[in-house]
Ligand binder design. Structure first.
Ligand code: CMP
Length: 136
């Protein structure tokens, strides 16, 4: 089915100047960019976005990292988009990510892991509505 998913190119990857290389991977995989915005998140925005992780030990480091520089946020659309995008990203921990994935190629650590992607269709709806309410 045609789905949408939320993608964030994180501060580490924006700083590495690889937005275009990552967009090319989306496009080559048949994922269409249907909305996009570059922004520097406030702490409040980052905490709200990652609210599901609030009780995790890494929450504070995660939020601090996500507000450390500009991010590029996009909604992607295509066949099986949620899983297709997860496959492009690779495992959360770049040390475990398969060769040729975005995280294997561009990420440095589990915190500075280059990209975020929705993990399921329901989560994608919530995450897209959070940043692109006009798409809902
Ligand atoms: P992301 O897909 O953006 O969702 C939550 C983020 O928390 C994750 O990517 C990682 O960058 C970060 N994180 C840090 N430590 C962990 C951990 N132990 N498990 C999962 N995510 C972690």
């Amino acid at each position: 089915a045609i789905e949408r998913t939320l993608s964030i190119i994180k501060p580490d990857a924006v700083a590495k100047n690889v937005i275009g290389q990552i967009y090319t991977r989306f496009e080559n995989a048949g994922l269409k960019i249907v909305a996009a915005r570059m922004t520097q998140l406030s702490r409040e925005q980052a905490e709200g976005f990652y609210a599901a992780h609030k009780e995790r030990g890494f929450f504070n480091d995660l939020v601090t990292f996500m507000v450390s520089g500009p991010v590029m946020i996009q909604a992607l659309e295509g066949e099986n988009a949620v899983l297709a995008h997860r496959d492009l990203m690779g495992a959360t921990d770049p040390k475990k990510a398969e060769k040729g994935t975005i995280r294997a190629d561009f990420a440095d650590s589990i915190d500075a892991n280059a990209v975020h992607g929705s993990d399921a269709v329901e989560a994608a709806k919530v995450e897209i509505a959070y940043f692109f309410p006009e798409l809902a």
